[in-house]
Write a protein that binds this ligand. Structure first.
Ligand code: UFG
Length: 333
């Protein structure tokens, strides 16, 4: 078992992954600046409040805690916000990650699993399922920042100093089985939590951003994936990296891979809203609005690479289950 640093472990996917890593028997340290996360999401392991730009803190943590590997979730994630506020995304997501990578190389911490995103693909009109090898053409600064970090990791891995796996998540949803850890962003911008807030009467209505996309019902299609399935994939990616013991600096030590985590099944915004009405038993007003800037029409994964390389299959990612789990969490808020 290993000493793992989880950067951004106080967030939605990070906190869920901590539970999976604890089950695997790892010793865990979470580093999070709480800009979007919550300290009480860190149910297992130690918590340090701190920022990835703080190179000195990173050196101390990596050395004192004898860190073997890092899982890096710490990033701003709202695609829409990145369009209006790009510099914050470049600073936090790119400069923060560079500082972390430099600290890793300086301290000979070699293994990293990085949270990437379907947003690296952008609009791909000719492909219903997105394969990892497609051209990366993000249409928002968020996706661009994640792609830039993937490139940094790939290039550093090629020197033999690092081994990296980038996991490109599609749309995370659900909560843990005990409904303790779910999506709670402030302000919330994501579809499922907002729909559920309409169902519980915290919002008057839900807006559909764009009904004129070239999709079956005119609304955007996303591949929703249960957060517990994402956590399982991190545990498996980490196991794959930890099982590799090549000599640093040799070409084989520069292992690098990027894979999609999704179900290969897409759901439209209208479908999400209708399913939420069924699951909650509540009807609520739906308002059709203009498109939101930076939204690709369709993002659905070809996940065969992760299925094979990680021996990973989603277990809880049908839409009703994800919305039911998210609903239990949301009602507890
Ligand atoms: N949407 C609405 N109304 C809302 C909120 C969202 O219609 O009130 C629509 C959006 O326009 C989009 C879809 O619902 O078409 C999903 O939007 P989200 O904001 O829930 O999620 P995104 O697809 O924009 O982005 C999310 C994560 C990213 C990740 C991406 C991968 O925020 O980190 O999924 O697909 F990269």
């Amino acid at each position: 078992m290993a000493n793992i640093l989880v950067a951004g472990g106080a967030g939605f996917i990070g906190s869920q992954t901590l539970l999976a890593l604890a089950q695997d028997g790892h010793t865990l340290t979470t580093l999070d600046n709480l800009s979007n996360g919550f300290a009480d999401n860190v149910i297992v392991g130690d918590f340090i409040e701190g920022d990835l730009h703080d190179a000195q803190l990173l050196d101390t943590v990596l050395v004192d805690r004898k860190i073997d590997a890092i899982i890096h979730f710490a990033a701003f994630i709202e695609a829409g916000v990145s369009v209006t506020n790009p510099m914050d995304f470049y600073d936090n997501n790119v400069a923060g990650s560079l500082t972390l990578i430099q600290a890793m190389v300086r301290n000979r911490v070699r293994k990293i699993v990085f949270s990437s995103t379907a947003a690296v693909y952008g609009q791909q009109d000719d492909h219903d399922l997105l394969h990892e090898n497609l051209a990366k053409q993000p249409i928002n600064p968020y996706g661009q920042t994640k792609w830039m970090v993937e490139c940094m990791l790939r290039d550093v891995a090629a020197t033999g100093d690092m081994e990296a796996i980038c996991l490109r998540y599609f749309n995370a949803a659900g909560s843990d089985p005990d409904a303790r850890l779910g999506e709670r962003h402030d302000p919330e911008t994501h579809l499922i939590p907002l729909v559920l807030d309409a169902a519980r009467g915290v919002r008057d209505s839900i807006s559909i951003f764009g009904t004129d996309y070239a999709t079956e019902d005119g609304t955007c299609i996303r591949d929703y994936i249960h957060v517990a399935d994402l956590a399982d994939a991190h545990s498996k990616a980490l196991a794959l990296l930890l099982g590799r013991n090549e000599t640093p600096g040799t070409p084989s030590a520069g292992f690098y891979d990027a894979m999609n985590l999704g179900t290969s099944r897409g759901h439209s915004v209208r479908e999400v809203i209708e399913t939420a009405k069924q699951v909650t038993g509540v009807d609520f007003p739906v308002i059709e609005k203009e498109r939101r800037p930076g939204d690709p029409a369709r993002l659905v994964a070809d996940a065969t690479r992760a299925n094979k390389l990680l021996n990973w299959q989603p277990q809880r990612s049908d839409l009703k289950t994800m919305i039911a789990d998210a609903w239990r969490f949301r009602q507890n808020l």
